[in-house]
Write a protein that binds this ligand. Structure first.
Ligand code: PEP
Ligand code: MN
Length: 337
């Protein structure tokens, strides 16, 4: 449940509520909004009665939270979360585009792509070092060598990095070079990994599992938040449906649904969502029009030679053209880019 404090509640009254919540065996989470402060009660609150908190001074009302996710919910925190990544603000008025290759393949490939996406206006460089491939016989990523190349590209080009952690043992190495830890679709319900990234202070890009509901996705975010890492952004990357014309079905609805349910930024991945480079621009533009806070797009200088996901990777020229179109859509919906 959440305790909504009166507009003029004093700091002392707020602290008394926090104290009472903790005495009752729960954790209290403060959300100081522009209008008023909300104290979230965290834990299994079934035995707790509304009256036990409603009687306290400065309390306006106590409301049960109907969703099983709490820290992720808009009820707990009505104001949107804005995550600062080296000065890049994700979740604010600006649409942030992250771009780069699916996987880091070589210094030349990475640097060429990094310069191209930076010039086109991307604010974060993506690149996989540890790749969750469907087949164990395909390219699995260059691992630590890829992270070192990402570190070099980040310094040379001046973009922060987002890269995937596949297991807890990757966290330390990826954190050394990347500002954002990507948690992949296939690991969305790896609860021990969610717990471990929740123990870090790094922003996390949490991809939606390809067969997961929006509620399950938010519950996974809750695992990270409940470990006190509040810098989580959600990434819709396409779900499994009966449709075979595209690799996955990009769930545009998820943007509006998630925006209603949560304060966390929503990023859209039109590359995996479609699986086809010539469909990426339409999906990306639809996402911005629908209210996404950012995009993550695969770009490769030679998609036909890519070691992973070449079919869905944009050439640098196509990416540049798309960015110009996205700017127009962003401005039409009152966002900057
Ligand atoms: C990726 O970003 O290259 C990737 C593997 O994504 P997902 O986890 O969404 O499949
Ligand atoms: Mn990929």
């Amino acid at each position: 449940m959440i305790v909504i404090m009166e507009r003029r509640a004093s700091d002392d009254q707020i602290q008394q509520v926090v104290k009472r919540v903790e005495e009752l065996g729960f954790r209290a989470h403060l959300s100081r909004g522009e209008e008023r402060t909300i104290v979230g009660v965290i834990g299994d609150e079934r035995p707790l009665s509304i009256e036990s908190l409603e009687v306290l001074d400065g309390v306006e009302r106590v409301v049960p939270v109907l969703h099983p996710f709490k820290l992720a919910s808009r009820d707990f925190k009505p104001d949107r979360t804005v995550i600062d990544v080296d000065g890049v603000r994700i979740g604010g008025d600006e649409i942030v585009v992250m771009a780069g290759p699916c996987a880091v393949e070589s210094r030349e490939q990475l640097l060429e792509t990094a310069w191209a996406v930076k010039e086109a206006g991307a604010k974060v460089l993506r690149g996989g070092a540890f790749k969750p491939r469907t087949s164990p016989y395909t390219f699995q990523g260059l691992g630590i060598a890829a992270l070192e190349l990402l570190g070099e590209a980040s310094e040379t080009v001046g973009l922060p990095i987002v890269s995937e952690v596949m297991s807890a043992s990757d966290i330390e190495a990826v954190s050394k070079y990347a500002e954002i830890l990507q948690l992949g679709a296939r690991n969305m319900q790896n609860y021990s990994l969610l717990h471990d990234v929740g123990k870090t202070t790094k922003p996390v890009l949490l991809k939606r599992g390809m067969s997961s509901t929006i509620h399950e996705w938010l519950m996974s975010a809750e695992y990270i938040l409940s470990n006190r890492n509040y810098n989580v952004m959600l990434c819709e990357r396409g779900i499994r449906t009966f449709e075979t014309a595209t690799r996955f079905t990009l769930d545009i609805n998820a943007i509006a649904v998630a925006k209603q349910l949560t304060h966390l930024p929503i990023i859209i991945d039109p590359s995996h969502g479609t699986g086809k480079a010539n469909l990426v621009p339409s999906a990306a533009k639809a996402a911005v029009a629908a209210g996404a806070d950012g995009l993550i797009i695969e770009v490769h200088p030679n998609p036909d030679r890519a070691l992973s996901d070449g079919a869905q990777s944009l050439r640098p020229e196509a990416f540049q053209k798309l960015m110009a179109e996205l700017r127009q859509i962003a401005s039409a919906v009152g966002r900057q880019m």
